[in-house]
Design a protein around this ligand. Structure first.
Ligand SMILES: *Cc1c(COP(=O)(O)O)cnc(C)c1O
Length: 479
């Protein structure tokens, strides 16, 4: 098999800077061991997120120059609308500034106290918008989603029996819609099969419930369906995408993922009355119906991005480049969520540094190690992100390496794999952390930490700075 090359040439480049080990140490300390507090120019390879970090094509940039900035009925809006209508089959298309704006409008209309919204797994902004409306968000993933090493082609699937059980228990009247996230971001970018989507649709029909898609990564999901689901191999990607959307009554989309743009979102609805009410809310807080909080040039870039993302060369390269990184890591004996997802590789941090307990944030220790070793920025998805006072411990301690679209080349991925392998060999030297200061909500964004001295030299929770500041005798008698 030949190397799968990046299906593009690079005509505009942005230099990246390798800092010295000493500089990185100082930067990490200054940032309180939290990569969100590091300036992007001090990062060599930025794998913090795949959201809004992709590279646009020459055709997208051409669209930006061509854009019509008319307030109402702009030609750019019509191109955007037509593209989404052709791709998804939905007649009603509203532009928003990003995915969460679509969610806020949808759940202001269908959420509210006493309501319950099931999903295979809610993304954090989706959950937050549902809860903000007073409703409850319930995750119903299949059991395989909770086990990193289990190989399953569609770990993003919804547990159909659990969905039935929920509907029977609380009654369909309390459920304004069933939602399915494709791909399932919270479960590691894992896909949902067509068979599962059809089964969810059947349950919705049985109880008269609408089905909404969180379709941020619809194209990556469609590629997995084509390559993994029996009977799908010969179908065009567009046909699979169309069938996914045909099963739904509405969709929220962040165009910062499979829209291949840096900002933008979409709300799709089938119901005329609901669309009318959504349009009124859009005008209230986003903008008029034909621009919805973004400029004509953003609409042009989205229209072109949604066409490019379903090109098969692009998707083959996209999924393969993420899988390639996963293979390199596994070859070095590093545990990852298997199989590799569509947009990211998730390291199993509990396995990476078994000497660090969940209370000392093993994922954050790996994140700090990656920055120290190689200037790579990743993000913890575990006790730090999901834990905290009164919240249950999350089942997994993960570190996400999210891959921006069309930004990094294979040699960048090789560098990341080498850095991870090097860190893995020295993992016993990684140090746990304790929180020095943190806000009460969404603490992972702004918390500051101190490193704890390794357990084999000292069993207390003193930080490295404490040890350096006091003579060893004083330390041992303080016991
Ligand atoms: C990113 C994302 C969202 C929210 O979109 P924003 O554009 O960041 O507001 C919703 N759901 C999923 C699955 C996402 O990945």
């Amino acid at each position: 098999m030949r190397t799968m090359i990046e299906p593009f040439r690079i005509r505009s480049v942005e230099p990246i800077r390798l800092t010295s080990a000493g500089e990185r140490e100082e930067i990490l300390q200054r940032a309180g061991f939290n990569p969100f507090l590091i300036d992007a120019e001090d990062v060599l390879i930025d794998l913090l997120t795949d959201s809004g970090t992709g590279a646009m094509s020459s055709e997208q940039w051409a669209g930006i120059m061509r854009a019509d900035e008319s307030y109402a009925g702009a030609a750019s809006f019509r191109r955007f609308e037509r593209t989404l209508q052709e791709l998804t089959g939905f007649r009603h298309v509203l532009p928003t500034h990003q995915g969460r704006a679509s969610e806020r409008i949808l759940f202001e209309l269908i959420g509210g106290p006493g309501k319950v919204v099931p999903n295979n797994a809610h993304f954090d902004t989706t959950r937050a918008n549902i809860e903000h409306s007073g409703a409850e968000a319930v995750d119903l993933p299949v059991a395989e989603a909770r086990c990193p090493s289990v190989l399953h082609p569609f770990k993003g699937n919804m547990d159909i029996e659990a969905l039935r059980h929920l509907i029977r228990t609380i009654g369909p009247a309390r459920i304004p819609a069933v939602m399915v996230t494709v791909t399932n971001n919270s479960a590691g970018g894992q896909p949902v099969s067509l068979e599962n989507l059809r089964a969810v649709r059947a349950v919705c029909d049985e109880y008269g419930l609408p089905l909404m898609l969180d379709a941020c990564r619809f194209a990556e999901n469609a590629w997995f369906i084509r390559t993994r689901e029996p009977g799908q191999r010969d179908r065009p990607i567009r046909a699979i995408v169309r069938e996914m959307f045909d099963l739904a009554d509405g969709a929220t989309i962040s165009a910062k993922k499979d829209g291949l743009v840096n900002i933008g979102g979409v709300l799709l609805l089938r119901d005329d009355a609901l669309f009318g009410r959504a349009g009124n809310l859009l005008i209230l807080t986003e903008g008029y119906l034909t621009y919805g909080g973004v400029s004509g040039r953003d609409l042009e870039a989205m229209a072109q991005g949604f066409r490019e993302v379903v090109e098969e060369d692009y998707l083959a390269y996209r999924i393969r480049s993420v899988e390639y990184l996963g293979e390199q890591l596994m070859r070095s004996g590093i545990g990852i969520v298997q199989p590799p997802g569509g947009h990211a590789i998730y390291l199993d941090a509990a396995r990476f540094c078994p000497h660090i307990p969940a209370s000392r944030f093993p994922g954050q220790a790996v994140v700090c190690g990656l920055y120290r070793t190689a200037g790579i920025r990743a993000v913890e998805i575990g006790s730090l992100m999901f834990g905290g006072e009164g919240r249950p411990d999350p089942p997994l301690e993960l570190v996400r390496l999210a891959i921006p679209r069309r930004v990094y080349t294979q040699s960048h991925m090789d560098y990341v794999a080498e850095a991870c392998a090097e860190l893995h060999r020295r993992a016993s030297g990684l140090r746990g952390l304790r929180i020095v200061e943190a806000p009460s909500v969404l603490r992972h964004f702004t918390a500051r930490f101190a490193e704890i001295v390794p357990a084999d030299t000292d069993r207390s929770d003193r930080t490295v700075a404490d040890v350096l500041a006091r003579p060893p005798q004083a330390v041992s008698t303080a016991g």
